[in-house]
Design a binder for this molecule. Structure first.
Ligand code: ATP
Ligand code: MG
Length: 412
């Protein structure tokens, strides 16, 4: 993609009410555009990041048997009344239409469970797993943290259906592995943390990323064998870890994922039962598994940035390389930069090419740092013919290599 053709531009301006680091950087770099508190448009750069995160999540969910579906955003009121959540869900958006009232889906048990009654009848229909990646709506009272707390945001939600507790537990452990894979692949360290389970089960497991700007708090063992959300933690910071890993640490964190046992709470509400081998009807047991896709994008920016801008992990960066030409229009170097751009693309490298003529090298470098693509390539007279200067976003040193070596750097 040529920068001169890109829909968005970098900017020095951020809306006055925007205080979070992730929103400020993402707006300035042209990833998102603010519409209102907690409501953003995703621009081409931002859409690419969302797509990459979604793809990682999709691959890991498919690997544990998840089948992708899309459920509606509009949920008829009677379904939410049936679970007592029309009144009971504190951040539910309720809208009135000509055909009655609707909830805008903040989560999808009220849709997925009645749907499952159409297909799950017998023990031979179990287990089953479905998921979607979809926009969710929550009337959050404080939406001041950019992508970390949207009123409209992207979530992956998977629902599992089981014949018995043992089968549920087996799958729950598999889901934990998939979750660890997702966060690791997205470049984040997420701590699996015991948290409250709400009204229907004692505990849930959250995936928490240590970050000063997070709204959650955990007490954890740096050795990795213990972590609890402070909402349930009985232990205090500084207590020695039972396994000899030293004192437990307190940290502020961002919840990027949450997995739950739902037991038969929703199956009972909607009559989701199956006929077992013994001919008896039994309730289907369920689990639900959420990942905040857009929150994850915000969390990556909160954790990986410096005073100059974003530092994307390779796996979720909008482009593999940021190519800069330092040259006058029509010059030999400018023609060569063009050729290198073509060559890199032919080698399967996704390149953002800063081909602007009216901008100083300093401004180009500043924009590259702001946008945060992990590798920057510079073509200039000084670097020399057939060569590029390569610099990684998270390192200070650069080196001059041949175009072929640059291609190899990207592993192609
Ligand atoms: P929180 O406690 O932060 O409000 P939650 O526990 O209510 O979140 P869940 O219902 O567990 O959220 O939703 C699953 C995942 O969706 C969360 O782990 C989080 O990553 C994401 N998420 C929840 N609310 C928001 C939001 N307002 N904006 C962006 N992502 C969100
Ligand atoms: Mg949660």
């Amino acid at each position: 993609m040529r920068l001169t053709e890109l829909f968005s531009k970098t900017s020095k301006q951020v809306p006055a009410d925007e205080t979070s680091v992730n929103a400020k950087l993402l707006i300035r770099a042209g990833y998102v555009d603010k519409v209102a508190a907690g409501i953003y448009s995703f621009l081409p750069l931002g859409q690419k990041v969302i797509d990459k995160i979604s793809q990682i999540v999709r691959e890991e969910m498919n690997a544990i048997g998840g089948q992708e579906i899309t459920m509606p955003v509009m949920h008829p009121k009677h379904l939410w009344e049936q679970t007592g959540r029309w009144k009971g869900f504190d951040v539910l958006f309720r809208v009135k239409g000509q055909a009655g009232e609707f909830a805008l889906g903040p989560t999808h048990e009220e849709i997925v469970v009645p749907m499952a009654t159409h297909f799950i009848k017998s023990y031979s229909d179990l287990p089953k797993y479905v998921y979607q990646i979809q926009t969710k709506f929550r009337d959050e009272p404080r939406a001041k943290a950019g992508l970390l707390r949207g009123r409209e945001f992207l979530m992956k939600d998977l629902y599992s259906f089981h014949a018995d507790e043992k089968d549920f537990e087996k799958y729950y452990e598999k889901a934990k592995v998939a979750y660890k894979n997702v966060f690791k692949r997205a470049g984040l360290t997420a701590i699996e943390t015991r948290a409250s389970g709400g009204t229907f089960s004692k505990y849930s497991d959250e995936y928490q990323v240590v970050c000063e700007s997070g709204e959650d708090e955990i007490i954890y063992c740096p050795g990795g064998d213990f972590s609890e959300n402070t909402e349930i933690a009985a232990v205090k910071e500084g207590k020695q870890c039972d396994l000899g890993h030293g004192p437990l640490v307190h940290a502020k964190t961002i919840e990027v994922g949450n997995i739950f046992s739902l037991k038969d709470k929703y199956s009972s509400a909607f009559g989701l039962v199956y006929t077992d081998r013994d001919g008896k009807q039994k309730p289907v047991l369920m689990g639900c598994y959420g990942i905040g896709i857009s929150r994850l994008m915000g969390a990556i920016v909160e954790v990986m940035h410096d005073e100059r801008g974003i530092i994307w992990p390779r796996t979720v960066s909008p482009f593999d390389a940021h190519l800069i030409a330092i040259s006058d229009q029509g010059s030999e170097t400018s023609k060569e930069a063009d050729e290198i751009y073509q060559k890199l693309q032919k080698a399967g490298i996704d390149v953002l090419f800063d081909d602007r003529n009216d901008v100083s090298p300093g401004e180009k470098f500043a924009d590259a740092d702001l946008i945060g693509i992990p590798a920057r390539l510079v073509v200039s007279k000084k670097v020399g013919k057939g060569k590029v200067e390569i610099k990684e976003r998270d390192k200070e040193a650069s080196r001059v290599v041949s175009v072929e070596e640059a291609v190899k750097f990207f592993g192609n």
